[in-house]
Ligand binder design. Sequence first.
Ligand code: ASP
Ligand code: MG
Length: 411
Amino acid sequence: MSLIVQKFGGSSVANPERLKNVANRVTETRKKGHSVVVVVSAMGDKTDELIELSKAVTDKPSEREMDMLLATGEQVSVALLAMALHKNGVKAISFTGPQVGIMTDRVHTKARIVNINADRIRKALREGNAVIVAGFQGQTEDHEITTLGRGGSDLTAVALAAVLKAPVCEIYTDVDGVYTADPRIVGDAQKLDVISYDEMLELASLGAQVMQARSVEVGKKYNVPILVRSSLNHTEGTLITKEVKAMENFLVRGVALNTNEAKVTIYGVPDKPGVAARIFKKLADHNVNVDMIIQNKTNKATTDISFTVLQSEIVKALATVKAAAAAVRAETVDCDENIAKVSIVGVGMRSHSGVASRMFDALAKNKINIEMISTSEIKISCVIPKACGKDAVSALHKAFGLGKAQKVMKE
Ligand code: ASP
Ligand code: MG
């Protein structure tokens, strides 16, 4: 008998039927004699609907009020799930993030968890409850409600598993696990049995919409085994765990597509020390997350800088960039929202050469133009025109032979 943390995403609780299905799964776990902490997201697209509502009122909502609004979504699901469990005869109690001591910093809409005082959860567990916790939310020291960034329920679940020292954190979703590519784009995409934290981290942050990136970071830091599986069937799922040597046998583990970013270019930036620092400090001060950055030394007195930001932050980013550009006397600022980022990921890249050329070759053969390139130890990303995104994923999946099952032995 052990403690299991189970997280159910928005699609798994999208309607009363699905919610009852979740209650049944939790009931099964309880019947096996396990203690269980269940983290749930808002029902279906509730969070998006709330965001739309705010947009109908203003295009610049206060971030504090945004958190007040968004945190309501999860509160609905936890209460309903507790009721459904009661109906199944299972003792259960629901809590909001603040109620169970999830303490965060003050960065509204993407707060970081700084501490969790899980005493109240432990007490409720001792009293024989299935404990249902609202994902995606916490509070600051001054009792302000915060949210943890989109997909933040994963983070709630993994952080709770870490604090409660649960042997596993199960993430239930509407897919069977982590695939070599999005199965909706690539017909022969394969489910992976296991994947390392680092690979998953790259895939998550690159737009493979399976898990929130920060939750995987926390999983890695505290060594929480994370099992991603479907809430709709009983197949095995994918285990996200520490890296083992055998994982290096595969050059590329997955291909990811991210269509959530926009490219910003500042033209005619004076090419002298300190200018980039000033621009990006402004962005950092405004909490704008910047992803790929490209700048080249030219033989002129000025240069151009391009970088990508989240499309959802483009209004804020552009306002900040324009002010920063004017301050350093750059010429103009331009923005392109019709981009996609396609990436290949694999720990095998560390020890093999020629991976980049193979990637560029596959894109070239499909007449896909590369606008930006960036690499890390285990990843290569290219920014390409948005319209070519799906073709690029299919071409790369094929070029790296990912359509066949890969077997990694757990060591
Ligand atoms: N409901 C929030 C969102 O849609 C959190 C989550 O689903 O994990 O982003
Ligand atoms: Mg969601």
